[in-house]
Design a protein around this ligand. Structure first.
Ligand code: ACO
Length: 410
């Protein structure tokens, strides 16, 4: 369905036309060379490389390099980039005092939104974003410090001491250690689990002009600093229709499990299909993918690997998810609307098996998506045609009227 073309002369007496396209169903907001999606074919490319190839052959930092620079790193570039990122994993010591101002039971996404926004105050030495060097250092700081900030937010929420980065570890192993190490015992790195989390990061790294990325672009288009723009992206990602879906999906599975499990799936599906209920099958459906979400396939594979590694092959929640998926994929309601599992349908189960609590899921997504937001922001800032984003509206309110005296108002 194309957008309506509206002659604004009829509305405002101005010249020209604009389109009304609520939800941006058919309107491109920018040119981009970063990510390509063919929703009908179920294809996702980062800088031309299929997501399957990247997920199977690269680690997350290589994908970060690719998204930012446009090409995969060679061996030397890879080593230099890793060293550069590792060099910046520590956060300003004052940031922990800022963090301690939050309630311990606050949702970690609200804490993360605050922490990343506050980076502009802690790292204001490179605030002139017209300078390429300043942009580069801001980008590296964001990629490097996100794992530290996410882990700090988690440790704070459970009342444990912060674990400082250990720079002899890989990016993802370092993050897992900061999340799960306990000061009283040595933390053992499990390469299968590290690889699984690294894959989650790769699959979530970018997804062209989704709601949070568009938010980062719109916010950044005013010339604000990248920390502020990415903090806005995190706030947008939090919503249940977007990044919050993995949390909502796992909650949905847990609710079904608690209320009778597999036996109750039929009842739940009936509720979802009832147009008078607002219940949705979380982890299903996508604005762009109308065949399958390629990330969901990869995540399903990872799910099997992780559950096997943890000896959780018979995990009841996983079995419930598989049955729910099968029933939905055979149901006319979902088939006719082209609703398929998206990446979030399985990522929650993987994260849960890794020991990541449900309320942290969207923070993991934000950590991974930071590089995509940065790459998109940089692409916008350096586009010679870039302008401040300023959507038009279709005004449907009152026409001009006079302010009545207070005594005459009803
Ligand atoms: N469960 C039940 N019905 C659904 C679902 C769902 N998950 N998704 C869409 N529908 C139905 C709608 O009710 C609508 O039906 P109708 O035509 O009878 O009115 C039809 O399918 C089209 O739905 P829209 O909401 O118009 O589709 P849109 O493209 O705007 O929404 C979205 C996409 C938001 C992802 C939606 O499918 C949804 O809410 N899914 C559940 C949340 C989710 O999993 N989000 C994660 C997205 S992936 C990501 O962010 C990484």
């Amino acid at each position: 369905v194309g957008p309506d073309v509206i002659d604004i002369r009829k509305l405002y007496g101005q010249t020209g036309k604009f389109t009304y396209d609520s939800g941006f169903l058919s309107t491109a907001s920018c040119n981009s060379k970063i990510t390509y999606i063919d929703g009908d074919k179920g294809e996702l490319l980062y800088r031309g490389y299929p997501i399957e190839d990247l997920a199977n052959n690269c680690d997350f930092l290589e994908v970060c390099f690719l998204l930012i620079n446009g090409s995969l790193p060679n061996a030397k570039q890879k080593k230099d980039f890793e060293e550069l990122v590792i060099h910046h994993t520590m956060v300003h010591e004052q940031m922990q005092f800022f963090l301690r101002g939050f309630r311990r039971d606050a949702h970690p996404m609200s804490v993360l939104t605050g922490l990343v926004g506050a980076m502009a105050a802690f790292y204001h030495d490179a605030i002139d974003y017209a300078q390429p060097k300043a942009r580069e250092i801001a980008q590296i700081r964001l990629i490097a410090k996100m794992p530290t900030l996410v882990a700090m937010a988690y440790k704070y929420s459970i009342g444990q001491p912060f674990v400082y980065p250990n720079n002899s570890l890989s990016y993802t192993a370092n993050f897992m250690r900061m999340m799960f190490a306990n000061p009283c015992e040595e933390y053992k790195i499990n390469p299968v689990l590290v690889r699984a989390l690294d894959r989650i990061f790769i699959l979530h790294a970018d997804h062209e002009q989704n709601a949070s990325t568009s938010t980062v672009r719109l916010c950044g288009s005013s010339g604000t600093n990248p920390f502020a723009a990415i903090s806005a992206g995190i706030a947008c990602l939090w919503g249940a229709a977007h990044g919050g879906a993995n949390e909502a999906c796992l909650q949905m599975l847990e609710d079904i499990q608690a209320n009778g499990g597999v036996e109750k799936i039929g009842e739940f599906i009936t509720q979802v299909k009832d147009k008078n209920s607002s219940v949705r099958l979380m982890g299903f459906g996508h604005r762009v993918y109308k065949n399958f979400d390629p990330r969901a396939k990869l995540m399903r594979e990872t799910c099997y690997e992780v559950l096997k590694e943890m000896g959780l092959e018979n995990d009841p929640l996983f079995k419930l998810a598989m049955t729910l998926e099968k029933i939905a994929l055979e149901d006319e309601y979902f088939v006719s609307r082209k609703l398929y599992p998206n990446v979030d349908f399985y990522s929650g189960i993987v994260q849960r098996a890794l020991g990541i609590p449900t309320e942290m899921f969207t923070c993991i997504f934000a950590l991974a998506r930071t590089v995509g937001w940065i790459a998109q922001w940089e692409e916008m800032i350096t586009d010679p045609e870039y302008k401040i984003g300023r959507p038009r509206q279709l005004y449907v309110g009152e026409t001009t009227r006079k302010v009545p005296n207070l005594s005459d108002r009803k």
